[in-house]
Structures are given as structure tokens and as C-alpha cells.
Design a protein around this ligand. Structure first.
Ligand SMILES: C[S@@+](CC[C@H](N)C(=O)[O-])C[C@H]1O[C@@H](n2cnc3c(N)ncnc32)[C@H](O)[C@@H]1O
Length: 224
């Protein structure tokens, strides 16, 4: 059994090289040939301090995005943004971590990017003016829409079978998923709660629901 202090010192996958602050300038001969295209000359010269997994160190933003594009899941996320929800940044960051295909913003175009921690650079984003536009787009793409909220009559997410080609739709703090969106969704799934609060933060709920889909459909042997 490792002692607690040994456990605290154990490094995780993003710390196996130079740690959480990234890496310094490239050491040794510079990359050559067709593979060299994916490297950013400035990062090679000055080091890479970005919050990216080690496999993408020194890669250009475009190369990283293209590489994730080859492995994106058939999972889409939508969040209603009629009142300028502050959780969208968190949702985008988690969507990036799970290689979600696209995050759809419904309603207001503007959203607070702070919580995204620049992950929006690597994530496809799409705007829809209203719920009917989103639903028409989803139908056209053969995506099944599942709303996530804890309103009466919901299906427990813990036991629900989520479709593989899936669009998970979240509501905002306050109003929750709009009645129009719940009506259009094939089902609404709730996350079991046991305490006093009526609901959890929408960004946290999105993380839980995305992970429920990952557990059912992702190839875990391809995770970092
Ligand atoms: C803070 S909730 C507000 C709405 C909620 N229906 C209420 O009565 O307070 C905002 C969003 O977070 C998600 N959410 C929060 N708690 C949830 C739960 N227990 N189950 C499913 N979704 C939840 C839903 O997408 C919801 O629309």
C-alpha cells in the first residue's frame, strides 16, 4: 500500500514529462518530412505551455483539431442560452475532453468563454437561433435528441439506454430545459439527487450526462 504522501507525489498522464506547466524548447534535431507540418515553429523554439495532452505538445492548433476530428464521437451537446448562461464554458471544456462532435448554442449567440479555458479552439461550435432550428438540424443529421432535466416524469439517466447518434440537450439555471425542447426530445433524463438542493449546476449535470454516454458507447481503449 503506498503511503498517502507517496500517493500525493504520484504523477498523472499530463505530468509524466515536464508537468503541468508544459515543456520548454524542443530538444535535439527538429522534426522533418511530412510529419513536420503538424509542428508549430514558434512552440518548437519557445516551448509549449498550453493545457494540451502530451501527445499534442508543439502541434499547431489546426493539427490538433484535425487529429481530434478523426476520432470524434457521434455525441452532440446543446445548451439553451436565452438568458446568457454562465455554464457554457464548462460544458465546452468537458465536451472537448470527451471528443464530442459539436456543441450547439441555442438562443443568444454570445456566451462567456472564460470557463472554456481556450478549449473552444479545438471544439466545433454551432449556433441555432431557437429550439425549432436545432431540432430541424438534428433530424436532418439523424440524431436522437435526449433532454436532460429533473422535471416530473423523467427517465433516470442511471438506467436509461442512450442512443449512439445522440444530441444531449441542457437547460439554463433558473428555467431549465424549455417546454418546447422537452416536447421535441425523445425523452428527458434526470440525474438522481439525494440532498436538499432542487438541482445541480448545469455544467456539472452536462459532465455527468456526457460521461453516461461515454460509458455506454465510447471505445475506452482509445482514451488517453
Ligand atoms: C440548475 S438547473 C434548473 C432547472 C431545474 N429543473 C430546477 O427545477 O431548478 C439547469 C439545468 O441543469 C441540468 N440539471 C440540473 N440538475 C439536474 C438533474 N438533477 N437532473 C438532470 N438535469 C439537471 C438541466 O439541464 C437543467 O435544465
Amino acid at each position: 500500500m503506498p503511503k498517502p504522501e507517496e500517493e500525493a507525489e504520484a504523477k498523472g498522464p499530463t505530468e509524466w514529462n515536464e508537468g503541468r506547466h508544459g515543456v520548454g524548447p524542443w530538444e535535439g534535431p527538429l522534426p522533418e518530412g511530412p510529419e513536420a507540418e503538424k509542428y508549430d515553429p514558434e512552440l518548437l523554439a519557445e516551448g509549449d505551455r498550453r493545457n494540451v495532452v502530451d501527445a499534442y505538445r508543439y502541434w499547431t492548433r489546426e493539427a490538433i483539431r484535425e487529429d481530434i476530428d478523426k476520432r470524434r464521437h457521434a455525441l452532440h451537446i446543446a445548451i439553451e442560452n436565452f438568458e446568457n448562461d454562465a455554464n457554457i464554458g464548462t460544458v465546452v471544456r468537458t465536451a472537448n475532453a470527451f471528443a464530442v462532435d459539436t456543441v450547439h448554442i441555442v438562443g443568444r449567440r454570445r456566451w462567456n468563454r472564460r470557463g472554456a479555458m481556450v478549449t473552444d479552439r479545438y471544439q466545433h461550435l454551432m449556433h441555432h437561433a431557437d429550439v425549432s432550428e436545432l431540432m430541424a438540424w438534428a433530424a436532418d443529421q439523424d440524431l436522437t435528441v435526449v433532454a436532460i432535466d429533473n422535471t416530473p416524469g423523467c427517465v433516470p439517466l442511471e438506467t436509461a439506454e442512450l442512443p449512439e447518434r445522440c444530441l444531449l440537450l441542457f437547460g439554463q439555471e433558473g428555467p431549465g430545459v424549455s417546454p418546447e425542447a422537452q416536447d421535441a426530445a425523445v425523452m428527458t433524463c434526470s440525474i438522481a439527487q439525494f440532498g436538499s438542493t432542487r438541482s445541480i449546476n448545469a455544467g456539472v449535470a452536462a459532465g455527468i450526462a456526457m460521461h453516461a454516454w461515454i460509458r455506454q458507447h465510447a471505445d475506452l481503449s482509445k482514451a488517453w
